[in-house]
Ligand binder design. Structure first.
Ligand SMILES: Nc1nc2c(ncn2[C@@H]2O[C@H](COP(=O)(O)OP(=O)(O)O)[C@@H](O)[C@H]2O)c(=O)[nH]1
Ligand SMILES: [Mg+2]
Length: 463
């Protein structure tokens, strides 16, 4: 790479796996002195020195001062440049004991290896030309994703599909730009009007594309912050029973007395590969009890925040005022119903009411665990519908940096559209060139240390 980075000669190490009591742990070491330092702490040293790269061997890890054995380990050598970072690397697999890990890291440190900063391995990989910036970012996304959608989105970036889309966008802009430049050079050409119109359409198309990407990002953000499903209804409808059934254990108190649930409680469950936050709420009731009233106030807040609302409505009565209010507030496309107590009541009447109201529903017995998968399927299909998760809609924008660049571009394109009918060709041409710069920044044709710092600080240690 032709970029001028300050060369970093330090050898670094970090735990690449979870801190805690795990069967095994991986400690990564990267830098010029990796082999030289590790061989001092490994027994038999000779075996390590002679080991061929990328083969795994069994050793003992020693405190090279006291000669005490710390752990039995396996280690892999990676020889520059054929490693993740493009430097000499060693991966040590030891037992996942907090003491062992601490000892090994501290011995490495005493031998001149510094602890790695967040994302430092990947940063080195990027600097050494092992991967481009988008790929580096996608690795961070893959690790940190909260669900399948985000993961697949990140994989698009990892595979280079996002980069391809950006390049296409760049080419479209270059085409528009060429046309505008021609207009500036040869304003007396035939059919200037027709060409202007055509170009204008291309710019509009570009805006639509940009806006669509920003829209897709919004969807990812919803999933990222947790898709919220409050379970709501009148007292004793079976909300807490449903909550416990969905999360798979008895978290909420279930009781035949009204007003049992006062504080809203929540648990995350993975459905359709996405993290879904279910909230058990206080039943909507006409009560004089202050604590219950506060709980009910919270319920209305959750109804308002819900990405999808599940109304639990017992089979044995008509739709109550409170239930009607919920439906009205949420809107029919964002609410589904579960008719509870089908085992003890006739559900026909309730089914008719909900059909008339055009609300999708299923009937269930909420105290029967066998009904769980049916209920999850029902809710899952509505989650999918709400998110409209569609394979060919993976977005380009995967993080805040991307989002900021796209918002910037959107603003510029909007400005261009405002100006296009006047004879502002020169300004438009200037702004289009700026957008090209933005897109280049997006795919990481940058050597700005500040940008790199902010990107890699989002990573976890050891990556
Ligand atoms: N037979 C039957 N009882 C249910 C069903 N759902 C809930 N219950 C009972 O109804 C009462 C109230 O349930 P609960 O989950 O606390 O309702 P909540 O007030 O809406 O949270 C409890 O005694 C539950 O065991 C159901 O589908 N069938
Ligand atoms: Mg309850």
């Amino acid at each position: 790479m032709s970029m001028s980075f300050r060369e970093d000669n330090e050898t670094i190490a970090a735990l690449a796996t979870m801190q805690g009591k795990t069967a095994l742990a991986i400690i990564r070491i990267s830098g010029k002195k990796s082999f030289e330092i590790i061989k001092k702490c490994i027994f038999p040293e000779e075996k390590f020195v002679k080991a061929s790269p990328k083969t795994i061997n069994l050793y003992k890890f020693l405190n090279n001062q006291t000669k005490k054995i710390i752990d039995e380990i396996t280690a892999i050598k990676y020889e520059f440049p054929k490693s993740y970072t493009g430097e000499n690397m060693v991966e040590i697999i030891c037992h996942g004991s907090i003491v062992v890990i601490e000892e090994i890291l501290s011995i490495l440190n005493k031998n001149g290896i510094r602890f790695a900063k967040k994302g430092e391995f990947t940063r080195r990989a990027y600097i050494n030309g092992k991967m481009d910036l988008l790929k580096a970012e996608s690795i961070s996304q893959i690790i940190q994703c909260n669900g399948k959608w985000q993961y697949k989105n990140a994989m698009e970036m990892y595979s280079g599909a996002s980069k391809k889309k950006i390049k296409e966008m760049k080419n479209e802009i270059i085409e528009i730009l060429a046309e505008i430049e021609a207009q500036i050079e040869f304003p007396e050409e035939d059919d200037v009007k027709g060409k202007k119109k055509e170009n204008s359409k291309k710019i509009e198309k570009l805006l639509v594309k940009i806006e669509k990407e920003i829209e897709k990002r919004e969807k990812v953000k919803i999933i990222d912050s947790g898709f919220i499903i409050p379970l709501v209804g009148i007292p004793n409808a079976g909300k807490s029973s449903l909550f416990n059934l969905i999360i798979g254990f008895n978290r909420a108190i279930v009781h035949h007395e009204e007003g049992t649930t006062r504080d809203a409680i929540s648990e995350d469950v993975i459905i359709k590969g996405e993290k879904i936050k279910f909230i058990d709420t206080a039943g909507l009731n006409k009560t004089k009890n202050m604590i219950e009233i506060l709980g009910i106030k919270k319920t209305w807040e959750y109804i308002d925040q819900g990405n999808l609302v599940v109304l639990v409505t017992p089979a044995n009565n008509d739709i109550k005022d409170e239930e009607e209010r919920i439906i009205e507030l949420v809107g029919k496309e964002k609410i589904v119903a579960i008719i509870s107590k089908k085992d003890i009541n006739d559900t026909e009447k309730k089914k008719k009411i909900l059909k008339n109201l055009k609300i999708q529903f299923i009937e269930a017995c909420l105290i029967d665990e066998n009904e769980r998968s049916n209920i999850i399927d029902f809710i899952g299909s509505h989650i999918e519908e709400a998110l409209k998760l569609n394979e060919d809609e993976y977005g380009i924008i995967c993080n805040k940096r991307h989002e900021e660049i796209f918002l910037r571009i959107k603003k510029k394109v909007t400005e261009i559209i405002k100006k296009r009918d006047n004879n502002f060709e020169e300004i438009i041409s200037f702004e289009l060139k700026e957008i090209l710069n933005d897109l280049e920044e997006f795919i990481g044709e940058t050597n700005n240390e500040e940008i790199l710092d902010s990107i890699f600080s989002e990573f976890c240690i050891g990556k």
